[in-house]
Structures are given as structure tokens and as C-alpha cells.
Design a protein around this ligand. Structure first.
Ligand code: ACO
Length: 261
């Protein structure tokens, strides 16, 4: 309901959601229905199209590229007139793409399963909004040009490298029912339209479907928009990075937020 009220002044965004994962059997039969009904009741007027994809097919690499480019756009600040900026952005996107492909294909040590969850819109919905977004985050699916407008990773693992470790649930056996969200971002042109909320909601459904009981997210102490988004989405404070560690890693200090599923 909060979602509906936050969107009253904005046109509904009819997105599609594409969880990309290493294992096409990673999602239960009910998941598609759950995502569709949660989306249509809470946020969007049109039905979602949810596709459960295998990364083995090179076809989907196009969408991972688009997600990688959206992440570079969202997590780095560039001066458009800086020398060599296009080359630098391409280099960062290539690095993110290779790392993302490795994670979702299940090759990364210590990760039980990783899914890249994207929201996308048809190119025709975005073209008039931003040339840069249209050209940098475009991919083709079933003969249609689409734009990745929001993305994140859902990581089923005990901990993420260089990050504070969640304490729940206590690990008693081989089962990992803990997961972390990472690389959460929404295209700047579409901020404050409820896409962040929707992305977290879909991620919770996928995590629940995997049997995750405890979902975590790390957020920089000075990232007010993201902190508010997580807290309004039901995450609560669990712990924080010591100042010395943040200094050592040369980055803003992180908070660790938890949500039970
Ligand atoms: C684990 C990690 O990855 S942490 C990194 C998080 N990502 C980033 O910092 C990347 C850059 N930022 C973004 O991509 C976006 O700003 C996000 C993902 C944080 C939010 O996405 P949006 O689609 O704009 O969020 P959405 O519209 O769903 O808003 C949800 C709530 O977040 C909060 N919020 C979002 N943006 C802002 C803002 N600029 N200022 C204050 N609060 C904000 C609000 O509380 C909002 O709810 P309300 O509108 O009911 O008050």
C-alpha cells in the first residue's frame, strides 16, 4: 500500500523481470505466478513477463552486458568531457560483465547460487527519456529491443568478500539459508518511481523460493536513499563495519542490515 501511494503521481512502469541464474531449475513452478501477482497488486498495472533463464545460452549475455553497463553508470561518477571516458567506461563494464557471468554461472568459489535480477522496459518506452540510457543499457529479447532499468544480484553464500558477515541463521550444517543482495541500482532517469521497492520485493520472492531464511544487505553509512529504501522494505540494523576496516579498504563505512523471510 505504501508503494501505491508513493506512485500516485507517477505513471505506472510496465517492466519485465528476468532472474538470470546458473540453474534453470533454480526457481519453483509457483515463482512466476507469485512475482506476477505481487507486481500487479502492488505496483504495476500491466502483467510482468518473468523468464527463468540459463546463462549457458549466449543469447542472454546481451542482457548481462546491459546490466553491467547500468551498474557502471550507477556506481561511478564521470565528467562527460573527461579524456578517454568512453574507453574507461567500456573497461569497467567489461570487468563487471566477466565477474557477473562468473558469479551467475556458478563458478565463483564460496557461492552456492547467484541470480542477477533485472527489470527491463521496451526501448520505445525509454527512447524519448534518455538517449544515453537507451544506447548503453539496450539488449534484444525475442526480436524486441529492451532496456535494463534496474538490476541487483542475489547471492546465496555465507559471506561476501571484504564485507561484514551476517550472524543469522547460525550455521549448523551444509545448508546455506543466508543470502546477500548486492549491486542494487535503478537507472537515474527513473529514480523515485518505486522500482527500487519492486526490485527488492521480487528478490525476496526469489530468495524465499530458494529456501533463504535470512536476507542481508550492506549499505554505506552516507547513502541516505539506499538506507531509506532498505529500512522501508523491512530491513533492520544488525551491525556495522569498524572504522579502521573502512579506512583500510579506502571506502565509506558500511552498515549491515537484515531481513527475515
Ligand atoms: C547493497 C547495495 O548495492 S547498496 C547500493 C545502493 N545503490 C545505489 O546507491 C545506486 C544509486 N542509487 C539508486 O540506484 C537508487 O537511488 C536506489 C536503488 C537506492 C533507490 O531506487 P528508487 O527506484 O529511486 O527507489 P524507490 O523509488 O523505490 O524509493 C523507495 C524509497 O527509497 C527512499 N529514497 C529513494 N531515493 C531517495 C532519495 N533520493 N532521497 C531520499 N529517499 C530516497 C524513499 O524512502 C523511497 O520511498 P518513498 O518514496 O515512499 O519515500
Amino acid at each position: 500500500m505504501t508503494l501505491l501511494s508513493s506512485l500516485c503521481s507517477c505513471p505506472p512502469i510496465p517492466c519485465s523481470w528476468f532472474p538470470l541464474t546458473s540453474n534453470t531449475n533454480a526457481f519453483s513452478k509457483n515463482l512466476r505466478t507469485q512475482i506476477q501477482s505481487s507486481a500487479s497488486t502492488n505496483i504495476f498495472t500491466q502483467k510482468f513477463d518473468t523468464t527463468l533463464l540459463s546463462i549457458d545460452e549466449s543469447f542472454y549475455e546481451d542482457e548481462l552486458w546491459a546490466a553491467a553497463r547500468l551498474r557502471v553508470r550507477s556506481f561511478h561518477q564521470f565528467r562527460p568531457d573527461a579524456f578517454g571516458i568512453q574507453d574507461h567506461m567500456r573497461y569497467l563494464a567489461e570487468r563487471e560483465f566477466e565477474a557477473l557471468k562468473e558469479r551467475v554461472s556458478g563458478k565463483r568459489m564460496g557461492f552456492r547460487r547467484v541470480s542477477c535480477i533485472n527489470a527491463s522496459l521496451p526501448l520505445s518506452h525509454i527512447a524519448s527519456l534518455s538517449d544515453d540510457l537507451s544506447s548503453s543499457c539496450k539488449f534484444s529479447a525475442n526480436g524486441e529491443d529492451r532496456i535494463v532499468v534496474a538490476t541487483l544480484d542475489l547471492n546465496q553464500c555465507l559471506n561476501l568478500p571484504d564485507e561484514i558477515v551476517g550472524l543469522k541463521p547460525e550455521v549448523t550444517g551444509a545448508d546455506i539459508t543466508r543470502a546477500y543482495l548486492s549491486n542494487v541500482c535503478v537507472a537515474e532517469e527513473l529514480h523515485r518511481n518505486g522500482l527500487g521497492y519492486a526490485l527488492l520485493e521480487v528478490s525476496k520472492l526469489v530468495a524465499y523460493d530458494w529456501g533463504i531464511t535470512d536476507l542481508y544487505v550492506h549499505v554505506a553509512v552516507d547513502n541516505e536513499p539506499a538506507k531509506k529504501l532498505y529500512i522501508k522494505s523491512g530491513f533492520v540494523y544488525e551491525s556495522e563495519e569498524p572504522a579502521w576496516q573502512a579506512r583500510f579498504l579506502d571506502r565509506p563505512r558500511r552498515l549491515l542490515l537484515w531481513s527475515g523471510l
